[in-house]
Structures are given as C-alpha cells and as structure tokens.
Design a binder for this molecule. Sequence first.
Ligand code: PLP
Length: 457
Amino acid sequence: MSGSSDHDDRITRNAQAITDREMARLLENTPASKALFERAVKSMPGGVASSFQLGDPYPLYLDRGIGSHVWDVDGHDYIDFHNGFGSIAVGHANPIVAEAVAHAARTGMHFAVTVEKTVALAEELCRRFNCDQVRFTNSGTESNMTAIRVARSFTGRDVICKIEGSYHGHVDQLMYSCTPGAESMGGRDTPLATPKSKGMPKELDQWIRIVPFNDADAFERLLQAEGDRIAAMIMEPVMMNVGIILPQPGYLQKIRDLCTKYGVVLIFDEVKCGVTIASGGAAERFGVQPDLASWAKSIGGGAAIGAFGGKAEIMDEINRGAAHQGTYNGNPLSVAASLATLTQVLTPEAYVLFTHLGERLTGGLDKAIAEHGIPAVTVDLGCKGCVTYRSTPLTNYRDFLETNTELYHASYPWMINRGVFMTPGDEEQWTMSVLHSDADIDRYVDAFAEFCAELAA
Ligand SMILES: Cc1ncc(COP(=O)(O)O)c(C=O)c1O
C-alpha cells in the first residue's frame, strides 16, 4: 500500500482537508486564548514573551501544569508532550523540585554570592558530564556564547564553525544558517552562512563557517583550507531543531579526532540532549567527549539556569582574562531547583523509565505508520523523540527540507483537539517526563493511530 504515488497523493490531499477541519475546531474551542492574544499583542510583539511561542493565527495560552498535564486558559486538559520545549523532564510542579524552590524562596533567593549548593551543583555537573570545571549562566544562549569566548581565548583564533540547520541560541555570532531557505543556502558541500535575523552586523559573517551534519569529510576540507583560523566547532551531537537527526556511526568520533588534530575546541551544545537522552547526555550515549559542553533546559527542572564546562586547561581561560559575568549566575533559587532535579529526580531509575516510555510510544506509532502506509519515521531517544514525515530517516538539514509539511500541519491541530499538547513547529520534538504514565503514552498512540487511519482513508 505504501510508496505508490497515488497513495501518497491521497494522504497529502486528506491532510489538507484534516488541517482545515481540525484548525476550525481548534479555533472554535479556544475563545479565551484568542481574547488573551488580542490583549497581549498590545503590550508584547506577537502577543508572546519569546518568538518561539508564536502561533497561527494565535498561540494557545496555558494556565497551569501538574505532573504530565497542562490546562489552557479555556480549561482544556492536555497530556503535555511539549514540556516547555524540552525543559520539564521532571514533570510539572514536581513535588521534590517545588519543595526545593519553596525552601530557597524562604531562605533567600538571591545574593550574587556563591552558596554551598552552587558548589554541589557544579560537582554534580562535573560528575555527570566527565568535566573538570563548570560555570553557570541563565540560559542556553548565554552558555554557548560564553563557551565560544573561552574557546577563542584559549586558541587565539577567531573563526567558529557550526552545522547547517542547527540553532544555538539568539546571539548574533551563532545565528547563521539555523533554518536557511533553499534559495539562500548555497551548495551542499559549501553551505553559505545565512543570517537568521535582521539587525545582525553584516561583517559578522566573516567569523563563521557552516558545514553539513554527518559529513566529516566536509569538515576536514574546511580544516585543510583554514584550520589554523578556527577556534571552535560548536555542534549539537544529535540535531534537535529539525525534528531529530542522529549522528551516523563513527561521525562524532571523526569530528573529535579532526578537532584534536587541528587544535580546534570541540563544543557540544547539550542544551536539549543534556540530561534527557542519558544521565550524561549525548557524550555518554554516543561515547565521545568534547572539550567543552553547554547545558540548559532540563537541568533546571523548570527554573531558568544554564551552564558550560569542560577541561580545566580551557576553563582556566576565565582566570586568565576571558570574561564571564552575570548577576544571576548560580543564584540560590535556580540552583535549588537544578540540584534537586539532578540528584533526586533524574536518578538512574528515571532513565530506565524513559527507555520504557520511549519504546512504548515509538512502538505504538511505528505500528500505526506501517499499518496505514504513512510516509513517516520515528526517532526514539528515551524521553525525547519525534515523528518525521518522510519515508527515510534524516541525515542532515537538507533532508529536513524534503519532509511532507502538509502532514505535520494536519497532525498539530488533530493532536491538540484530542488532548495531546504538542510543540507548535515540525522542527521540535516531544519530551516526556518522569511523571508520564503508560496511560498518557497510550492516549498519544491512540490519537495518532486514528490520524493515520484518516490520512489513508
Ligand atoms: C540546541 C539549543 N541550544 C541553545 C538554545 C538556546 O537556549 P535558550 O533558549 O535557553 O537560550 C536552544 C533553545 O532552544 C537549543 O535548542
């Protein structure tokens, strides 16, 4: 049944009809979100706090979350698979984290002086990620931007290399080729550096180079040409802003070896993979150790915190003059949430649970995909995973441009209307928490199986 173009054409036509019908239903059901949007646009561009929260024609606004559930301002109850763009692996209002935060609130939320718990958190991060030293920030963006500065200081070089289609935060120097359009991205082997935002100084692109993911040869050619100018290679070891793209066997090790050979600092951006896909993130799961790494999102259990760290000889640049400041760095409130998260919630048992949940979810989805011949594949990385609407797995950003976006557009309102809260964008993935149950997973699987049946009807 699958693979024939008649079948695939029918699926795409059905998807368009589903999108129209389900979006109409979603809009009809969410008048309170609409009203809040109309109020919010007056005080915030787009009516949201961050552009990632935009929605078309308006975003859904949430009221509260407990465990695996969230409620929107219209009172609808959803199972949350969005989970704060991957920040809530502990589950909403996790009692252990809530108690740690309440205690910090009662005993002093902020001193701008390092407290004992900040030291304990630094030790825990060093243990998990096999590093010598870390420093704290308030976000993934800050972690990456400071890791870059430290790498430049260590090498005495200025140019940074990044992967096409990856996002490392909204700092100017890294906002290149995050989601370049086909018309501006250049040749496959020599991608152009395409600015993601207006307002970036034009000359900044002289300090950035772009290479495709899963292509160590392209990186080697770049190093042969100008390795002595390149300070750092910053990369997500698993690409997580285009669905999920896994590194092919041996790829990360080749990048590791090339960085060593050319004296380039290898930075793993583990903001999303960090404590989600394994206790020690992608470095543990794929067995490759970077020189520096950055973390944020789920390390905080919902609190705003980031960190970066790695080898002492590189981190020591901070003592030698590479500036790293921040009023709120390592503040007691965020640290309390993070320490409770890492030492009491995301324990070895949590990762056993994540493996179970991931297998149950992708197992159910794969069955529905196969039964109805849907051009889609799943990726399972424990508490994180995704469906990509393409018949074969993605290997790099350009594959992602060939996914069937009609199917994604239909799936979003379909799932929302059936109580499954998803991220607004096919570049994201699901995140489950320690408070998700088998019943929660089955709700997703059942809704998705009905969706597949409707697509193929
Ligand atoms: C891989 C990656 N790095 C960095 C960031 C930026 O993190 P933050 O939004 O905390 O600044 C993100 C955010 O989505 C991300 O996905």
